[in-house]
Every structure is written in structure tokens, then in C-alpha cells.
Design a protein around this ligand. Structure first.
Ligand SMILES: Cc1cc2nc3c(=O)[nH]c(=O)nc-3n(C[C@H](O)[C@H](O)[C@H](O)COP(=O)(O)OP(=O)(O)OC[C@H]3O[C@@H](n4cnc5c(N)ncnc54)[C@H](O)[C@@H]3O)c2cc1C
Length: 94
């Protein structure tokens, strides 16, 4: 229920950013926010999902183990989340 709420919030924000981008607006700040927040959320979500499987969640036979291992890289590539935060900081004048 908590994750479902956060996923819905994330979807609403992302849809809005895409819509604004398609309308030609400058959304660099919002894209950076989305990249940081949504990829952090996927890490949290996959960790919670893995726990549902208990010890089996760590075993290669279960796809969730692969997801748990692969998802965190999304916070690194295409601009690490620390870099996303520096972009946001600059955009809001910090
Ligand atoms: C699976 C995978 C696929 C990739 N695919 C591509 C690709 O297709 N094309 C491509 O060009 N690159 C790709 N990369 C490279 C990726 O973009 C870089 O790994 C990423 O930008 C981080 O750079 P780095 O590895 O040099 O780490 P570093 O820049 O050395 O960063 C190390 C750590 O320090 C933090 N850090 C660095 N500078 C700052 C700062 N100024 N303030 C705060 N924290 C900071 C980073 O956030 C990170 O946590 C890929 C990487 C991986 C792992």
C-alpha cells in the first residue's frame, strides 16, 4: 500500500514532466528530480519485493534476485543521482 502510493505519485510527476517537455518547456530541473527520486524509489521497491520472498529472494532461481542486483545501477548511469542533485541545486539557486 505504501509503495503503491509512492509509485502513483511518481507516475503522476513523470507524466507531467513528459507533457511539459512535449510542449517545449525547459524541464531540466524536473527531469533531474524524476531521475533521482524515481530510481531511488525503484531501489526501495525492489528491496521490499525481495523481502516478500524471504531467503529465496537471494537465490538466482528467482527473478527477484536479478532485479535486486540490476536495479541499483539506475541510480548511477545516465548521470548519478548525486549529480542530479547538483543540477537541481543549481537550478533553484543554491
Ligand atoms: C551498467 C552501466 C552502463 C553504463 N552505460 C553508459 C552509457 O551507455 N554511456 C555512457 O556514456 N556511460 C555509461 N555508463 C557510465 C556512467 O554514466 C558512469 O558510471 C557514471 O556517470 C558515474 O561516473 P563514474 O563511474 O566515472 O564515477 P565517478 O564520477 O567517479 O563517481 C563516483 C561516485 O562519486 C559521486 N560523485 C562524482 N562526482 C560528484 C560530485 N561532483 N558531487 C557529488 N558526488 C559526486 C558519484 O555520484 C558516484 O557515486 C554506464 C555505467 C554503468 C555502470
Amino acid at each position: 500500500m505504501e509503495l503503491e502510493t509512492e509509485v502513483e505519485i511518481g507516475k503522476a510527476f513523470l507524466d507531467q514532466v513528459i507533457y511539459r517537455h512535449m510542449n517545449g518547456e525547459d524541464v531540466v530541473k524536473e527531469v533531474s528530480m524524476a531521475k533521482w527520486w524515481l530510481t531511488d524509489l525503484t531501489k526501495k521497491a525492489v528491496a521490499e519485493c525481495m523481502k516478500l520472498f524471504g531467503g529465496y529472494g537471494y537465490m538466482e532461481e528467482y527473478e527477484i534476485a536479478r532485479r535486486f542486483r540490476d536495479i541499483p545501477v539506475s541510480t548511477i548511469y545516465a548521470g548519478s543521482n548525486e549529480i542530479m542533485k547538483t543540477i537541481i541545486s543549481k537550478k533553484i539557486g543554491l
